[in-house]
Design a protein around this ligand. Structure first.
Ligand code: MLT
Length: 211
C-alpha cells in the first residue's frame, strides 16, 4: 500500500528517528534532492515527493500566475494535500511524526514555508534554500517550537533578498527560531552553503526541544 493521498515519491529508509522531507524546485523531481538529503544527514530517512503541478512540463508544488506571483487558492489546496501525504507517509513507513525536517529548494522551499504556516504540526524544523513569503495566513500559527534555517543567495535574480527577509520576519512573528545566512551566490546552491546547513542540522540533533 502506498501512502494516501498519493504523490509519486522516493523513500529511502534511514537508521535514526529523523526524516528529511525533500521538496524539489521547479522542473525537478523526486530523485533530485536525494544526494543533498544524504549529504545533510547520513542517517535519517528521506521522503521525497514529486510536485503534481506541471508548468510547461516542469513539475512544481503549486500553480503560479507569473514568476513570484502565486495562485493563492491553489497554493492553499496543494499545501494541505502535501501535508496530508506527509502524515499518511509517516503512518505508512512507521516514521516519527515529531522528527520530520523539511528541506526545500526554491519552489520546494516556498511550499515548505506554506506548510509551516498552514499546517504547523507536520514539520518541527526546516531548511529553506532560496525561499520567499508564500502567503500571509489569516491567523498566525504558534511556531514557537519550530526551528528554521534559511539560505539566501545575495545575487539571486529570482528571489530578492528582501523577499527572504520578509519571510524571516513573518516566521519570527509566529515565534519561530530562525537562522538566516546570506551566501555569495545566485539561485543555485553552493558547496559551502550545503555544509553550513548540514552543520546546523547536526547541532539541531544535539539541542533539547524548545518549549
Ligand atoms: C516559485 O515559483 O515558487 C518561485 O518563484 C521559485 C521558483 O522559480 O520556482
Amino acid at each position: 500500500m502506498r501512502p494516501q493521498p498519493d504523490f509519486l515519491h522516493e523513500f529511502v529508509p534511514g537508521n535514526s528517528k529523523r526524516t528529511l522531507l525533500l521538496l524539489h524546485g521547479t522542473g525537478g523531481n523526486e530523485r533530485d534532492l536525494i544526494p543533498l538529503g544524504r549529504e545533510l544527514d547520513p542517517d535519517g530517512s528521506l521522503l521525497s515527493p514529486r510536485g503534481k503541478i506541471l508548468e510547461n512540463g516542469m513539475p512544481r508544488f503549486f500553480r503560479r500566475l507569473a514568476e513570484g506571483v502565486f495562485d493563492l487558492e491553489d497554493l492553499k489546496a496543494r499545501t494541505n494535500e502535501l501535508a496530508d501525504f506527509v502524515a499518511a507517509a509517516v503512518r505508512h513507513y512507521n516514521l516519527a511524526a515529531d522528527h520530520v525536517v523539511g528541506v526545500g529548494y526554491s519552489n520546494g522551499a516556498n511550499v515548505a514555508a506554506s506548510m509551516l504556516l498552514l499546517r504547523p504540526g507536520i514539520m518541527h524544523a526546516a531548511i529553506l534554500f532560496r525561499a520567499m513569503v508564500p502567503l500571509i495566513p489569516e491567523n498566525l500559527p504558534d511556531l514557537s517550537s519550530a526551528r528554521v534555517w534559511i539560505g539566501a543567495g545575495s545575487q539571486d535574480p529570482i528571489i530578492p533578498t528582501l523577499e527572504t527577509q520578509r519571510l524571516v520576519e513573518l516566521l519570527r512573528a509566529a515565534g519561530t527560531d530562525v537562522t538566516i545566512r546570506f551566501f555569495d551566490a545566485g539561485h543555485g546552491l553552493t558547496k559551502s552553503e550545503i555544509e553550513t546547513a548540514g552543520q546546523w542540522l547536526r547541532e539541531l540533533k544535539q539541542a533539547a526541544p524548545r518549549r
